[in-house]
Design a binder for this molecule. Sequence first.
Ligand code: HEM
Length: 231
Amino acid sequence: MSVAEQSIAGAEARGHGFLASSVGRKIVMAASGIVLFGFVTVHMIGNTQAYMGAESFNGYAKFLHSMLHGGGIWIFRAVLLLATGLHVWSATTLTLDNLAARPVGYRAQQNVASTWASRTMRWSGVILAVFIVFHLLHLTTGQAHPAFDHANPYANFVSGFKVPAAAAFYIVAQLCLGLHMWHGVWSFTQTLGLSHPRYESLRRNFATGLTLLVVGVNISYPVAVITGFIH
Ligand code: HEM
């Protein structure tokens, strides 16, 4: 059976329709990716309050928890959870389909660049998933924090990054986020049909600029605590 026939057989085995097709799941992956990248960008901007001091940062955290009488953060968490679930589901099923359609692998004519990029997406995605679980236990619920104080997010931020291993893990995770975001922004602009040669440099500059901004500012937080700039 040819590769194309095997892909079609795989889609048929799962049933027909938008979500059974690889194009449909790529659109789901792109749309959920846009929501997640939007969140990461807004989160990075919100955290700049740490540079304004304890009062600003804690005031910002309080605002997030009191939006719509406390319901706002739960709506936001539900959207984020749904986007994460759809993103992981579409990525995993597309990866499994790809592996099933190519049991022996190509030889010399394989497109090395795109394979490297997609492999990078897989392991950077897995490291990001581990990071998100750790991050929630560290700065939201406190089980992975040495001195968590529910009433003082700023103190949690500072004492959390004073632990070198935690700061180092944040930095490594942000580098993975950078790889994932760069290729992800590049891919979703293509999935959305913006791969015309006229937009090529715009897409590249957008992906590079957004990634460098988010990763650079995010890495600055643990670095600012370790160097004593934020204390
Ligand atoms: C160095 C970079 C980062 C810092 C300093 C940081 C800081 C924080 C802090 C302080 C909170 C707790 C807010 C509160 O409860 O008041 C938080 C929550 C959260 N962060 Fe981050 N964050 C960083 C990067 C990231 C990244 C890269 C992601 C996702 C890929 C992320 C996802 C989340 C999520 C999902 C929450 C929970 C929001 C909620 O309460 O539902 N963070 N972050």
